[in-house]
Design a protein around this ligand. Sequence first.
Ligand SMILES: O=C(CO)[C@@H](O)[C@H](O)COP(=O)(O)O
Length: 225
Amino acid sequence: MTQCCINPSILSADFVNLEAELQRISNADAVHVDVMDNHFVPNLTIGLPVVQRIQAVSPVPLDAHLMIADADRWAPGFADAGLASVTFHAEASIAPVKLARELRSRGSKAGMALRPATPVEPYLDMLPELDMLLIMTVEPGFGGQAFLDITLPKIRRARAAIDGSGVGVAIQVDGGITEETITRAAEAGANVFVAGSAVYGADDPAAAIDRLREKGARTLRSATE
Ligand SMILES: O=C(CO)[C@@H](O)[C@H](O)COP(=O)(O)O
């Protein structure tokens, strides 16, 4: 059965107390780190030096989501820093196959993200170059937005292509993931779930992770029965 992973987004954490905030999610599969440059998206977060400090104190591996322009230039540096997984946006890369290969050759898993309106079909042939496909379920840039159900058919088409070709690519969804929407996303074929508000907005983030994982895993189990 496909593994269900819960990766909390620290965009919803208290940035003044990041080390403590990371300890509160030590039962997560990875921590999702949103890097925004105020060009590719209308918001600005953190850069590589801060990401490296997060990596130094994090109890779980880092899953970096680069919402930055000129990914071909900047993404390899995140892999050089030893991050477990680096995801760039297809819309921000001129040579996505070359970039995915560079990330892997530097020891990181290679992820590629698609905005809600970007179709997956032009990228199906490059699935073997990827470890993860991130299908954005909100417009990238901010936490706390509502899940876009219009992305569900794209998740289904990506899952069918991945299963049909036998490549081991994870499908990550990011944006508006809650205990309610995780079921719809998992039914469609996603198996890695990024949740910001649903985890850090809860009184007990670790318990919220357990609940999300239980719901996601249950849906994935019933899909394969
Ligand atoms: O990449 C992004 C937003 O661009 C996300 O990672 C959000 O941070 C998820 O937050 P919620 O929608 O779960 O609150």
